[in-house]
Design a protein around this ligand. Structure first.
Ligand SMILES: Cc1cc2nc3c(=O)[nH]c(=O)nc-3n(C[C@H](O)[C@H](O)[C@H](O)COP(=O)(O)OP(=O)(O)OC[C@H]3O[C@@H](n4cnc5c(N)ncnc54)[C@H](O)[C@@H]3O)c2cc1C
Length: 459
């Protein structure tokens, strides 16, 4: 675009809050960061552009919590659940609302019987290609249960929640952010803060404050749900007529235009299935023009799949479109290039870091990967953390993003208490507090971790 407009005007903006910590973005990472910081004694403001909390998990209808377990295959120790703390609390609360389904520990084995029982809940280790894939602790949940639980948690923690508030600008003075400006229906509003947590997923705050980042990209998806599906009939057909099923399933995935191994999964609501598809490459998740094009394309494709499934797949004869998620499924946009950039090798080799503050599956996240260079009081949490594009694709699931948020919430409070910049916080204090909150910071390497120095790895 060549045409530009320069505005030259003075502006007076109301300050609607003055706080210790402002968290921008109320997705899985942000809501967890806000609760963690508030429980540690901070006065916290949480700003979110939409009318609900949960980001991709609720508005984006990404309805399975993954990457919660280090499977430790080949060891007698068995699997370990690595994303605990506030993640476990959210799961327990959704379970109490009948909004979560997950396998009991005794079902988490490799057998055809358990595969048939749990695979359509998404509770399989999809990193394993051999069949049957092992059953693993993963959680299918209802988006409305998530929204309910998230609101309860922030209210109980005393967080000042500001929904319908779209971050637009960071106020920066001498390497510090002094506050953020939010766009609302009532005009622009300012929040002053001593510490800032960027949990926008797109690195909006850090980018506005001048932090270094790279612009990544991955497939985008208009996730949707279908109603009135006879899931018992569909799975019976799958197991009794595997060859016919495989042929139809291949065709369904061609019609939708790209999907993971299973294009439909069960949800806690009977007869309602979750479709984590289509895969649409080439779209920039921050461009309004691209997102409009993706909306058209995604809705055309899901309609075609519905027609195909109704006409051909047993169990889907009466299926109806329940609707696409409120938010477009964006997996990757800007990625911080901060104090440490996590590499693909770090993730795939299960590299352990001494300053690990949280875990996901069998990988570890160092504290430095949450810190931008050159800004003293800003920390990030979530899918835009400091990571290479390829490494982010396999380390961005909901539970590890929440664990990052939990650690970031602790870090900002400890920085305030010590009166130091975030990069000078004693990491062992964050690790200790994570443990006190029931979370696993990854300070102790698991038996299958790679414990090596950077020099040893590069040699
Ligand atoms: C289609 C799809 C399928 C996926 N499948 C899985 C899966 O099966 N299991 C799994 O665990 N993970 C899955 N993921 C990954 C996971 O959903 C995300 O990586 C995770 O939700 C990231 O959490 P987050 O809090 O960092 O970001 P987000 O969930 O993106 O949340 C960011 C929040 O910030 C808010 N925000 C953004 N910009 C602003 C602004 N300027 N002002 C105010 N608020 C703002 C947003 O509205 C949102 O609430 C999937 C992702 C997608 C897109």
């Amino acid at each position: 675009m060549s045409d530009t407009l320069t505005l030259n005007r003075s502006e007076t903006i109301p300050v609607v809050a003055d706080c210790d910590v402002v968290v921008v973005g109320g997705g899985p990472a942000g809501q967890t960061a806000a609760v963690s910081a508030a429980r540690n004694g901070a006065n916290v403001v949480l700003c979110e552009r939409y009318h609900h909390l949960g980001g991709m998990a609720s508005g984006g209808q990404v309805l399975v919590l993954d990457d919660m377990v280090n499977p430790r295959y080949g060891s007698d120790l068995g699997p370990e659940i690595v994303t605990t703390g506030i993640v476990s609390e959210v799961v327990e609360r959704m379970d109490r609302l009948d909004g979560a389904v997950f396998p009991p520990p005794e079902d988490c084995i490799k057998s055809w019987e358990m595969w048939k029982k749990w695979s359509r809940w998404g509770a399989i280790d999809f990193h394993q290609t051999g069949m049957p894939q092992p059953i693993i602790h993963a959680v299918a949940f209802d988006p409305d249960a998530w929204k309910r639980v998230a609101l309860d948690l922030v209210r109980e923690a005393g967080v000042n929640l500001r929904l319908h508030s779209w971050f637009s600008e960071a106020l920066v003075e001498d390497g510090k952010i002094t506050g953020v400006i939010l766009q609302t229906k009532m005009g622009r509003q300012a929040v002053r803060a001593k510490m800032v947590i960027d949990a926008t997923g797109d690195l909006d705050v850090a980018a506005s404050a001048g932090a270094e980042f790279l612009t990544g990209q991955f497939i985008v998806t208009t996730v949707f749900r279908l109603a009135d599906v006879d899931t018992d009939k569909a799975t019976a057909f799958e197991y009794e007529h595997p060859e016919k099923y495989k042929k139809l399933d291949r065709e369904a995935r061609r019609v939708i235009g790209g999907a993971w191994g299973m294009w439909w999964l069960k949800t806690p609501l009977p007869g309602i299935v979750w479709c984590n598809c289509p895969h649409m490459p080439g779209y920039d998740g921050m461009s309004p023009e691209h997102m409009v094009a993706a909306e058209y394309e995604g809705r055309d494709r899901m309609q075609k799949l519905l027609h195909f499934a109704r006409a051909n797949i047993p169990g889907f004869e009466n299926a109806k479109m329940l609707g696409a998620a409120e938010q477009m499924g964006i997996r990757q946009t800007r990625l911080l290039q901060g104090e440490y950039v996590v590499t693909k090798k770090d993730v795939t080799s299960r590299r352990w870091f001494e300053d690990s503050v949280c875990r996901g599956r069998d990988y570890y996240t160092p504290y430095r990967a949450l810190l931008p260079k050159g800004i003293d009081n800003l920390i990030v949490a979530g899918r835009h953390y400091s990571v290479e594009s390829d490494a982010q694709k396999t380390s961005r699931e909901i539970p590890p993003c929440m664990s990052q948020g939990e650690a970031a919430g602790i870090a900002v409070v400890q920085a305030l208490q010590a009166g130091v910049a975030l990069r000078d916080v004693d990491v062992s204090g964050i690790q200790k507090q994570m443990r006190a909150q029931g979370a696993d910071p990854g300070d102790q390497p698991a038996s299958n971790a790679l414990v090596q120095t950077t020099e040893e790895i590069e040699a």
